[in-house]
Design a protein around this ligand. Structure first.
Ligand SMILES: *[C@@H]1O[C@H](CO)[C@@H](O)[C@H](O)[C@H]1NC(C)=O
Ligand SMILES: *[C@@H]1O[C@H](CO)[C@@H](O)[C@H](O)[C@H]1NC(C)=O
Ligand SMILES: *[C@@H]1O[C@H](CO)[C@@H](O)[C@H](O)[C@H]1NC(C)=O
Length: 202
């Protein structure tokens, strides 16, 4: 092997190793406030950090909601519900099965039997000045798509004050979870909920 080729190969391997290191899922501690009852029910997605491969279900989503429900024998589900492209668009949903909990607030999430699962952690939850919030981090690695992560900022109402959102984003950044430095994407919720009644039933 020529010296130049050897150097190029070494550099390429070094770059690959670095990429490999950067693209590792993190295992932050779940929120101490987490309980299944507190996380259950309907949430509105306010914003997210999401890698392209993780955006598969949510690519064309507006009016995105999460509906967390409990079933028999410890079953726990997170239903991702949204409208396609516009508030009048068709509903789409993807029901995630949350299982293998441990520690409390960290699960595996799987959308189909035999599909690869992702790690799903409820990072933050609580209430500030009457605003109930939670932040969920999921991350998975697969041979085909590499490592993909998403951080979802959720509220019980379709809006969140800027101050609270900034505080939550700062906490996520302090944990270095958005290590690809992706921009925060605001989820369209305007025009989705004509009145409180509709947001409760849809
Ligand atoms: C909604 O779904 C229906 C039935 O699948 C389809 O006919 C219609 O074109 C869809 N509408 C939009 C806006 O995508
Ligand atoms: C737990 O919830 C309380 C009140 O809702 C909040 O002030 C506090 O920051 C939360 N703690 C954690 C660790 O998330
Ligand atoms: C959430 O799940 C509950 C219980 O199954 C259901 O009554 C409610 O309509 C669902 N909400 C949404 C937005 O799908």
């Amino acid at each position: 092997m020529s010296k130049k080729l050897a150097l190029t190969t070494t550099l390429a391997l070094f770059a690959l190793a670095q990429t490999g290191l950067a693209q590792t899922c993190r295992f932050p501690a779940p929120s101490q406030n987490f309980t299944r009852d507190r996380y259950s029910g309907e949430w509105y997605e306010i914003a997210k950090f999401q890698t392209a491969g993780g955006a598969y279900f949510e690519k064309d989503c507006v009016c995105t909601q999460l509906n967390v429900t409990q079933g028999p024998n410890g079953a726990f589900y997170a239903d991702n519900i949204c409208r396609n492209l516009v508030p009048e668009g068709n509903f789409t949903n993807a029901l995630g099965n949350l299982f293998n909990e441990g520690p409390a607030g960290r699960f595996k999430e799987q959308f189909f039997p035999f599909a690869p699962s992702v790690d799903y952690t409820i990072l933050l939850m609580g209430e500030r000045d009457g605003e109930e919030y939670s932040v969920e981090y999921d991350c998975g690695t697969s041979f085909l798509t590499g490592t993909n992560y998403c951080v979802h900022f959720l509220a019980r109402k379709p809006t969140m004050s800027e101050g609270l959102l900034q505080t939550l984003v700062d906490e996520v950044n302090a944990l270095d979870l958005n290590y690809e430095g992706l921009p925060l994407q605001m989820t369209k919720q305007e025009g989705c909920w004509k009145n409180a009644e509709e947001s409760m039933t849809q």
